[in-house]
Design a protein around this ligand. Sequence first.
Ligand SMILES: [Zn+2]
Length: 331
Amino acid sequence: MEPLQALIQLSAAAAIAPAITQGGGGNTSFKNGNQMLIKASGFRLDEVSETSGFVAVNFQPVIECLSKNSSEFTNPDAELKKLVNEAIIGDKTFLPSMETGFHAVLNKCVIHTHAIVANLLLCTDEGENILKTIFKAEAIIVLPFLNPGYYLSKAIADLSNVPQIIFLKNHGLIVHGETVEGTIALQNKVIQTLNKALNFKGDLNFKLLEKANNVFELESEWLNIYYTQPGLLSKTYFPDQAVVIGNQYQLSQSNLLISKINFNRLIGNCMINAPKKSAMAIAENLCALAHIAIYNQSKKTILTAVPDADVAYILGMDMEQYRQGLLNLKV
Ligand SMILES: [Zn+2]
C-alpha cells in the first residue's frame, strides 16, 4: 500500500465518529523507510487527504532525541519541537502533530484518539483498575497524565515493553501495529469492547445550527449539565478541553454574546460565537466532557482533574497555540 493511502486509511478509521475524536484532536502516522507520514497539526483527522493534512518527517533523529536523558536538555519541549520541525521533509508550510515524538518510537502504524468511552474511565482514579479488568486477556498499559509533547513522548520512549494498547490518563488511547488492517482492527476492537463493557452507545446527539455569520446554536440534551452544574468547566479534565474551551465561556442569564461560548442558564441555551470549524471543535469537546461527567455521576465516581500547573503548561505551549490558531483561522 502507498504510504499516503495507508495514512488516509488509518485517519479515516480514527475519524469515524466524534465519539472517537473531537475537533482537531487525535493523530495518526505511518512509517516507510526513514520517513514517517503524520497528521499535520491543526487539521481534523477527516481532513487528511491526497493533497493536505499530513507532513513527512525523518523520524530517526526524533528517536535519538528521545533516547537521551532529559537532563541533557535545558528545555526538552522546545528542543524536541525544534528538532521535529527540522526533520520535516519537503514543504514546511504545516507543522507535524505535537505528538510526533511518541509516534516516532512506536510501530509502523499508529492511531491516537481521544475516544470518549476510554476517557469515561481515564478521568477517574478507579478507571485504571476497571480497564485492567476489562482487558485482562490483553497486554495494556495505563500511563499517568503527562503533558503532550516531550514528556508524554519520553515516557513512552522509556517503556521497556510497549504493549499495542496504551491508555493515557486524562487524555485518550493509542494503538499501534505493523499493518494498517491490523491496527484499524485493534482500534475498533478496543472501542467496541469498551462500548460493550460500559454500555456506551457512542451516539452523541447534538445539533449545531447556524444562526448568523459565525454564530451557532448548540442543541442537545446533555447540555443541561452545564446549566445545572456551572462549576464543571472550572476544572480541566483533558488537554483539548484547555485548548478548545479553556475559559472562553460565559454562564449568564441573558442572550448577549459576551464570550466565545455563551450559556444562558435562564432559558437553557448555548450560543457559540466562532467560525464553523472552531464551533464544531467546541461542540464536540463540550460533548466529550458532558458524557464523562454524566457517566461518572451515574456511577458515583469522582472525576480527577488535570493539575492546574499542567493546564497552564499546556496553554503556554507554542504548538498548542499554533493548533488553536489554525482551528480559528481555517474555516
Ligand atoms: Zn492527544
